[in-house]
Design a protein around this ligand. Sequence first.
Ligand code: ADQ
Length: 767
Amino acid sequence: MRTTLKLVLPLIISVALVSLLFAAYQVRVQRKNLRNDVSRRAELLAESLQEAVEPLFEKNERNSEKAMQRVVDRFAQREHMQGIAVYESDKGLRVMNSSLGESFKQPPGAMKRSIELNAGQGEFTQAAGVPVFIYSVPLTRGEKTSGALLVVFDTSYIDSRVLLTLRDALLTALLETLLVSGLALVLVRWTFLNPLQRTAKWLRTLRAGETQIPASLPQGEIFDQLNREMTHLARDLGAARAAAAEEAQLRETHASVWTAERLRISLRSKLRGKPLFVVSNREPYMHVKGDRGPEVLVPASGLVTALEPVLVASDGTWVAHGSGSADRENVDASDRLRVPPDLPSYTLRRVWLTHEEVKGYYEGFANEGLWPLCHIAHTRPTFRPEDWLQYQQANRRFADAVLQEMDGVETPIVLAQDYHFALLPKMVKEARPDARVAIFWHIPWPNPEVFGICPWQKEVLDGLLGADLIGFHTQTHCNNFLETVDRALEALTEWDRFAVNRQGHVTRVRPYPISVAFSNGKPLQEWRNAGGERARLCEELGVEGSLLGVGVDRVDYTKGILERFRGIERFIEMNPAYRRRFAFVQIAAPSRTDIPRYQQFLDEVTAEADRVNARFQSGKWKPIVLLRRHHSHQEIGRFYRAASLCMVTSLHDGMNLVAKEFIAARDDEHGVLILSTFAGAALELTDALQVNPYDVQQVAAAILQALEMPDQEQAARIHRMRTTVKDHNVYRWAANLLSDLTDIRIDTPERQENLAAPGEESEEVRR
Ligand code: ADQ
């Protein structure tokens, strides 16, 4: 209360002062008006009496005195009137009303002045202690002013009226002050103090270790800003605490787990103050037009999680396609902006592409050509000369942007991402031979016969070999690449150190299995038990079933979604006891929908789910629940944690992060992973139930095995897989890749560097 009073005291004083000033003004105006009124009335009366009295005064006779007395007596009856008197200038008083009293026997000053000036004269004065107004008009006899007529008004009523007004005005001022102050007190408490107290309470709980952001934060322009900052602060504090706890725990267990912090510190010393340049098609932060101005979208990406700590530590630059609808309005004149928006720490350089370029380079050559070519999923690649032209042009555009960004930086470090940039390493290296350039290929590399289908395989290989280091997920992909180079190009393939030597330039080829950020600390979201979560999810979806399975994919023909549905169909067919008990939720994000094959595949997936459901559906139960939309990571996390099994049945996959995300999410050590042997992840996650997705019988059997697996076995398998994913998380991936890149000797490429042997890690990363 005291704080509130302190806050509103200046307001109370101001309101009181203004009210008092207004009261004083009112009183002044009233006094003036009443005085004007009485003087006007006196003047009018005196002038009309002057006309009546002057003839009698002129006669100067005894009986005229009586007549004058009658006139003054008759007129003296008016309101507030004290009386009338007539004076002779040399003889003094001639007639007056008795009410005037002794003090008027002597002529007052006003009378003398009116005779001297021969004009009406008035004054406010006191007579016998009573306030009066006197007005005097001259009386003439012949041509000479010889006397005066005096009108006297009692003005004590003016003071009493003014006093009354003053009292009312003071009362009003007091009431106003009380009302305004009361309202101000309530408003301040309501709109400021209470929300501030709630925020302060939250800060206290935050200090005590609670990282949860309260559901109802104070709203409003000021608070929105405050909330934004506080929320960031809470998140940062939570992350810092989790990192510290994780570090402490790791030290305790002597584990060599990589964390964002360890990566940041390690790479900072490796980069020796040099910035890192990352090139990818997709940007880490995208601006889109929203109803209330531009909004920032953060596409969920493991890559951002892994590379951001290094970019922040090195104040690096990320070059990417500006594909957001409000991207152009949110860059400076050099197409740059600082990110992350909450705490700008590195540069995002946006590259603009025309509609034709996007169609040819991204949709055409990359996604209709290289994607199906590299995945053995029996969708024919399409190679169009015009797409190839656009691919070259787009690579040139990105290369120019990187070159511009690294102008003035000595021996810069560049990491390009994926099959969109096969030509960029050579373009960069030709212009900047001092640069260390790596490219990470996120999809499989097929055998030489398959890659030979690409009409421009030589140019693609030539572009890639401009890099000093090429990374794949698995050793098999590395081997396929080296064999392809062996067959297609005139180059020295050094199988002993997994490198290609072309006219003195050495390209190392290494496997770096990508992963997820495995959080060791306390989960930010309160853990809810799987059973409860499952019941809630089923209710939200309107699904019947006590056992849930989950699949999470972009709707892509490489992910084996149709084969998965057929496996579920066979399982239900063979195990009727699971009808109405087991439901499979397929989270399916439509992807690349501008490409006809993808539109067609989305229809196929929908039709297949409908077909299987139509066979078995009964009441509220159906075997497949297809959710055709992008889900947030939080939403997906709920399904991961509630499911009894997760199915990854890719026909071919570089790695597959869904498999690792599922394992990372299950800190209850429950749940079974069914994993395709054709996903890169199968090499590491050997405790998954591995299946050939084309073998419908095997898939159905794996589902049964998963649902009937004893808890103990589930726990043992998932525990081992969690250890693997925790040790080989995405930070380790970045550490391995970037530390190998920084270890490369540019000046003497022929000399054997300190690089770890293929498939092994450097001593420093292993530690
Ligand atoms: P992708 O082919 O996209 O990646 P994947 O590794 O499974 O495949 O990663 C997909 C990511 O998207 C996961 O993080 C997943 O959670 C998310 N996702 C999938 N469906 C979603 C949905 N419906 N809503 C929201 N998010 C969804 C390529 C290669 C992979 C390789 C990665 C990383 O094809 O083999 O593992 O790059 O290198």
